[in-house]
Ligand binder design. Structure first.
Ligand SMILES: [Zn+2]
Ligand SMILES: [Zn+2]
Length: 136
């Protein structure tokens, strides 16, 4: 038993070894990895892991809200084990993603009886401090 086992059960995902490994990776790596990043890391330790399994598992995990699937970078989907409400900043130069804390109360005030918010994605674009220095 470990954290990712319980975490998957809480999100109604049947835990398997591979799902647990991928979930654990997302919960311990807050750098918003892509499916390829996760595959490249985990396949070193799990030679039987296939890319298809990683892609399918990430789909299951994001559909069940165990992780976020971020689409701010139009070339790649980035996955986030932190499902609390926060925004993301994407550096247009190095593609680095930085978490931005948000004020939940002012955002959720927009919720009304007319609709139910199922997911929120707030993206900011610009240049990180490193890339900004290089531009001057
Ligand atoms: Zn940058
Ligand atoms: Zn994030």
């Amino acid at each position: 038993m470990n954290n990712s086992y319980n975490y998957l059960l809480e999100h109604n995902v049947k835990p398997s070894m591979q799902r647990m490994s991928i979930m654990k990776y997302l919960l311990t790596h807050k750098n918003h990895p892509t499916a390829d990043d996760i595959y490249n890391e985990l396949s070193k330790r799990m030679p039987t892991l296939s890319k298809t399994t990683v892609y399918n598992t990430l789909k299951i995990l994001s559909d069940s809200k165990a992780c976020l699937a971020l689409t701010l970078d139009e070339k790649n989907i980035h996955y986030d084990g932190d499902t609390s409400l926060h925004g993301h900043f994407l550096c247009k130069d190095c593609n680095k993603i930085i978490d931005i804390p948000l004020n939940e109360i002012s955002l959720l005030r927009n919720e009304s009886s007319e609709f139910t918010v199922d997911s929120v994605e707030i993206s900011f674009y610009g240049y990180c401090s490193n890339c900004e220095k290089k531009r001057i």
